[in-house]
Design a binder for this molecule. Structure first.
Ligand code: ADP
Ligand code: MG
Length: 246
């Protein structure tokens, strides 16, 4: 279980998360939607410690991350980072290393896997994302969609309990978007727990178990996609859906 309780986050005086509660069960795919500036990225980033928060707590399994800085928080954070992976819009692959080297880096250096074991695992994962024939390529020679699939394999190589995706296809053209969405749909079908911020409404509709609308730092509405899309219950959700043309 991942559980966010009453998360408040301020930048200077501005409250960008205003008491967010969210829980994501094992094997659940949760999609976060909402207008730009609503706090979606900030929320994801608090979960794996890329941002601090001012109050509230985050629980990942038996680990609890509080807001107060200190050794306890640092210890919780390093455990959460091992359990929760993140995939960004901008891929963030090491440009001077091959695809294979990118995927084995963290398993070798963070998990302490042997190089041989990490390579075997990486090859399996690259095949899974349809990139098995590109292990020697440099990221710069690949399309954006291919780079994103490598980034997903790199995240999977840490065997995460959950993966956070922050607009993973918004830098991609429609064809490569569908390749990446295909990989994400397969992951979802295999029971991978994920929290996905996306503009891809078709993914939200067909793959999500729960959809949450985050607006102005608060969850305006949560529900299964059927309900959210066909029977939105808040004005915020109706306005958002009208805006994205759904
Ligand atoms: P979303 O991902 O939903 O578009 P963000 O989480 O990026 O929203 O941003 C939420 C709010 O926080 C916005 O008002 C944004 O301007 C503000 N914000 C985000 N990052 C920072 C930062 N590093 N410093 C100050 N304000 C920020
Ligand atoms: Mg964002």
């Amino acid at each position: 279980m991942i559980e966010l309780s009453n998360i408040v986050k301020r930048y200077h005086q501005q409250e960008v998360l205003r008491g967010v509660n969210l829980s994501v069960a094992d094997g659940e795919v949760c999609v976060l939607l909402g207008p730009s500036g609503g706090g979606k990225s900030t929320l994801l980033r608090t979960i794996n410690g890329l941002e601090t928060f001012d109050s509230g707590s985050i629980r990942v399994g038996d680990i609890t991350l509080g807001a107060s800085p200190g050794p306890e928080r640092n210890a919780a954070l390093s455990q959460i980072r091992r359990r929760v992976g993140m995939v960004f819009q901008q891929f963030n692959l090491f440009p001077h290393r091959s695809v294979l080297e990118n995927v084995i880096e963290a398993p070798v250096h963070v998990l302490g896997q042997s190089r041989d074991e990490a390579i075997e695992n990486a090859r399996r994962l690259l095949n899974r994302v349809g990139m098995g024939d590109k292990e020697s390529a440099r990221p710069g020679s690949l399309s954006g969609g291919q780079q994103q699939r490598v980034a997903i394999a790199r995240t999977l190589a840490m065997n995460p309990e959950a993966i956070l995706f922050d607009e993973p296809t918004s830098a991609l053209d429609p064809r490569t978007t569908s390749e990446v969405m295909g990989v994400m749909t397969d992951l979802a079908a295999s029971g991978q727990r994920m929290i996905v911020v996306t503009h891809a409404m078709s993914f939200a509709r067909s793959v999500a178990h729960q959809v949450h609308i985050l607006h102005a730092g608060q969850i305006a509405e949560s529900g299964p996609p059927d309900q959210i899309f066909s029977d939105p219950r808040t004005e915020v959700t109706r306005a958002f859906l009208a805006d994205v043309g759904d």
